[in-house]
Design a protein around this ligand. Sequence first.
Ligand SMILES: [Fe+2]
Length: 302
Amino acid sequence: MARIIAGVASSHVPAIGAAIDNHQTEEPYWKRVFSGFERSKEWMAKTRPDVAIVVYNDHASAFSVEIVPTFALGCAAEFPPADEGWGPRPVPVVKGHPELAAHIAQSVILDEFDLTIVNKMEVDHGLTVPMNLLFGSPKEWPCPVIPLAVNVVLYPPPTAHRCFMLGRAIRKAVESYPQDLRVVIFGTGGMSHQISGPRAGLINSKFDKAFLDNLTRDPKKLTRISHLEFMREAGAEGIEMVMWLIMRGALDDQVDEVYRFYTVPASNTAVGHIILENRRKGGAKSKVKRAAARAKVDRIRG
Ligand SMILES: [Fe+2]
């Protein structure tokens, strides 16, 4: 049986992608951001998932305002990088996993979540930037990817609660897939930011850090945050954080936080990142090991 072993959340700031593409990662401004993902890349290289499900949002690259699906699942064999106005990013074509994607579509739709099935799609920085942050810049991405595009651009986006419950349905779908696959799920976007209007540049670190705390310990509390509260506290584009709740909903209730990173600003945006692992079934860590893991996280936060 396939199973979700871990969840990753990461911002997808487009300027991070530009810094990678223009070889600026060692410049002091960007080094501060990229150094926070060194341990994450090590974790990913060690974890070696068979498949990644990447929950992200499209920025008018694959979908225009003519068609705006709330949840769109990529079922194609490959997803080329989109031209976002200055040519496609120099990143590998994303290879899909059509069999698992079709299985997820069937399971989730029969579970009454009406996904849009997408058989041809290009993917933009919303997906490729978090991939770079966790996988680096390889010639080929190390595993197939199932993109799940969520509308957080045109009102009304899905609610936090709906996203969390979709995550639950995705977990059920993955666990009913017969082949043994170790799956990692990404939630991307956020954290607090607003890119236009009188509040442009808004960052709310207190809100972001409480969100990270609750993502690990009390995610159900986050499912009660309304759209208005997200916008008031985290800025108009802070609503992207609902996508993190799809990732969290796909994990078990109890998770181990193995790493987190938070820095401001990066291109007027708060960059947040967290790695959560499901506890192994039938081989749960001892209380002592769990306490040691928690102490390690506290040291990293400090
Ligand atoms: Fe975005």
